[in-house]
Design a protein around this ligand. Structure first.
Ligand SMILES: [Ca+2]
Ligand SMILES: [Ca+2]
Length: 437
């Protein structure tokens, strides 16, 4: 079948040369009738939560300060991860700290399953800790804000806010730790009012009291738990990171994504905490600190949407292939023929998420192609009315943008490109973005 497709491509080679050069000049008649504006990324400068004037630890408006922060190069789960890398840390001119992580579908072996984290150079004790952030919106990787002091097995003091909880970004994990064994921690899994990856800024807080002993955890000022067991009493360094965990966080079925931090504050309480010395174990040298970048942040929920990494991240059914173009043999794309289809699952997609999907198509035989979005529950069943279809029936190469909103009860979506029985269609450059104005 591959041979037939290549043959077909050769027959249509002239057509491809005319209509499919990289910058995609559309035929004039199409350009006039089709108004397709590329979908924009979320503007993270909108609806920011104001940083507190007092007790601000950092708002990252001056980059990443080596006096205040180390960059972690550690690896806690070598069985599943290549650890945290300095090259994955960014700061933007909008004053955002960007902690990138590369999932299991990243094409580069050296980057795959690497995350990033920063650590305060100072140790802090009892007090109120706050962060305004947007968690990394995928599973398999833990977005976390925590204090940490470790000195052998008797002193593993942590207060953790982590995502996902029970493999869902609808939940937050709140945990106190004072040792390393099972009996020296307490975790509360709390459902939050809206999923952490809804595209909005959220504020996460913990109030660490040592007298009397209690840690209170909040999401957007709403109490999620109060934990009086295993309350740490030793000062710790403050961490923020996106790191790959051993299974409990789900499957990291994405290519690349990021955790975004706007600001962090710390208000000390006048309560006793054991003074400890901060360490600089497993941190990056200062020359590896990031410059402030003005490159816009982009996110694509589709992995390998260019098909340049072959079939990675896509499931193919029936007559579906990744093929090379005859005019640009180095460029690959998806071909679906005779009712075959290619699909990709996007996990951690919840109620009423508004998306836009953009892609290029050309149809070389027959008349019709379809993009089908299937909204599914955790059992992989399509939920009631959870199917939306976008049909396209052109012969030229076109760029499409289709918008849809998920229904209540959605846990994941399947994005599927399908040909009708008589049609051979080509798909390339698929981009899926959350829409938020
Ligand atoms: Ca900021
Ligand atoms: Ca391509």
């Amino acid at each position: 079948m591959k041979k037939i497709i290549l043959f077909t491509l050769m027959i249509f080679g002239m057509f491809l040369l005319i209509s499919c050069v990289e910058e995609l000049p559309l035929p004039t008649d199409v350009e006039e009738t089709e108004e397709v504006t590329p979908i924009k990324d979320i503007d993270h400068t909108l609806r920011r939560i104001p940083a507190p004037e007092e007790h601000l630890l950092d708002d990252f408006s001056n980059g990443l300060d080596p006096e205040k922060w180390y960059i972690s190069t550690r690896n806690w789960s070598p069985a599943v991860s290549q650890g945290q890398k300095a090259e994955n840390v960014q700061v933007t001119e909008d004053g955002f700290l960007v902690l990138n992580a590369h999932g299991m579908y990243h094409p580069d072996d050296n980057k795959r399953l690497t995350g990033s984290a920063i650590i305060s150079t100072e140790s802090f004790g009892a007090g109120k800790y706050e962060i305004s952030m947007k968690v990394l919106p995928r599973l398999g990787v833990v977005s976390a804000f925590w204090t940490f002091y470790y000195e052998g097995e008797d002193y593993n003091h942590e207060i953790d806010i982590e995502f996902p909880g029970n493999k869902s970004l609808r939940n937050v994990l709140n945990t106190n730790w004072v040792g390393v064994d099972r009996n020296s921690h307490k975790t509360v899994v709390a459902k939050t009012e809206s999923p952490a990856n809804d595209g909005e800024w959220h504020k996460y807080t913990f109030e660490w009291h040592t007298d009397p002993k209690i840690v209170k955890y909040y999401v957007d000022d709403v109490l999620t738990s109060e934990i009086t067991d295993h309350v740490p009493f030793a000062q710790g360094q403050l961490w923020v990171g996106a790191w790959f965990a051993n299974n409990w966080a789900g499957v990291p079925d994405f290519e690349t994504d990021y955790l975004l931090v706007d600001w962090i504050s710390f208000e000390p309480y006048d309560q006793p905490t054991l003074i400890t010395i901060p360490n600089a174990f497993g941190v990056a040298p200062v020359h590896m600190y990031p410059e402030i970048t003005n490159t816009p942040l982009t996110r694509n929920y589709i992995s390998n949407g260019s098909y340049e990494d072959g079939v990675t991240a896509w499931s193919l059914e029936g007559d579906a292939y990744v093929v090379s173009r005859t005019d640009f043999p180095s460029k690959k794309m998806l071909a679906v023929d005779h009712g075959g289809y290619a699909s990709q699952i996007i996990t951690a997609v919840y109620d009423e998420f508004a998306f836009a999907i953009e892609f290029k198509s050309s149809i070389l035989r027959g008349t019709q192609g379809k993009l089908v979005i299937l909204m599914k529950n955790l059992n992989n069943e399509v939920i009631t009315d959870g199917t939306v279809t976008y049909e396209f029936d052109n012969l030229n190469e076109l760029r499409h943008v289709f918008e849809f909103k998920t229904l209540v009860g959605t846990e994941k979506i399947e994005v599927r490109f399908e040909s009708s029985e008589d049609s051979l269609i080509f798909i390339d450059d698929v981009i899926l973005k959350l829409k938020k104005e």
